[in-house]
Design a protein around this ligand. Structure first.
Ligand SMILES: C[S@@+](CC[C@H](N)C(=O)[O-])C[C@H]1O[C@@H](n2cnc3c(N)ncnc32)[C@H](O)[C@@H]1O
Length: 236
């Protein structure tokens, strides 16, 4: 069954996270900050948003910890991935997150009615392997949109691939910018300045083994590959 789901997902989304089964790895569950993320999600009426949700494993993790799925929102350009998540987790009817089918790069979150309930209201934004898909300018634009959905206290968390030497790389879906710690800090300095907000930026550089990947999953990647676990908290 799992092989079939991955095959169907691959037809619509040819990302390594699908091909390499990264959607089955622990992700944010392995973060030392996971209890804080859970505490944020457990707040009364907390709103949770998973951007570029894919099959939605991180939200299922929160659901297993008792977070009501009615308070969850998901956004992805590819609706079929979210649908496949129901098959993978066998929870159609129980997973009640609101799905927004949108291209985050093209969507104006300040004006699009589908974001009315989210603007300035999201407590926890999950964004694993999402913003890093874009180039530098695209990442700034996407990050500023996320800030527009936030309020003081909001946490943004996730994992993303990085490179010791930060750089652009052309991928089938476009040019992506791979960060190291310094470049990600620099990007968020710009985002904070331009949005007049202050955030605590917590970046952990890890190995891909730390994520649960195996040598054969990484053979095709450059030597300076690494993982970035991020937790950003809005202070003001
Ligand atoms: C690398 S996958 C990560 C999926 C999931 N977050 C995870 O960690 O397993 C990237 C996801 O972002 C979605 N995506 C890519 N570009 C997008 C865009 N411009 N707007 C919305 N979603 C996008 C893809 O469809 C895919 O589900």
């Amino acid at each position: 069954m799992y092989e079939n789901i991955r095959t169907q997902a691959w037809l619509v989304a040819k990302y390594p996270c699908i091909g390499l089964w990264i959607f089955l790895l622990p992700g944010i569950a392995a973060f030392p900050q996971f209890p804080t993320l859970l505490e944020t999600a457990q707040r009364l009426q907390a709103t949770i948003l998973d951007l570029g949700c894919g099959l939605g494993q991180d939200l299922r993790l929160l659901a297993v910890h008792g977070i009501p799925t009615e308070r969850m929102w998901v956004l992805d350009i590819e609706a079929q991935l979210w649908r496949l998540g129901y098959q993978l987790f066998r929870d159609e009817g129980r997973m009640k997150a609101t799905f927004i089918n949108a291209d985050f790069q093209k969507t104006c979150v300040a004006e699009d009615d589908r974001f009315s309930a989210l603007r300035g209201k999201v407590d926890l934004v999950l964004g694993s392997q999402f913003v890093h898909l874009f180039d530098w300018d695209g990442q700034i634009a996407a990050s500023k949109k996320i800030v527009g959905l936030s309020k003081p206290g909001t946490i943004i968390a996730g994992i993303q691939h990085g490179r010791k030497q930060a750089r652009n790389h052309i991928r089938p879906w476009g040019t992506m910018f791979y960060h190291n710690r310094e470049s990600l800090m620099q990007l968020w300095d710009i985002v904070q300045q331009q949005t007049e907000t202050r955030w605590t930026i917590d970046i952990s550089v890890v190995t891909l083994h730390d994520w649960g990947m195996q040598d054969e999953d990484m053979e095709w990647m450059p030597e300076d590959r690494m993982g970035i676990n991020f937790v950003f908290t809005r202070e003001s």
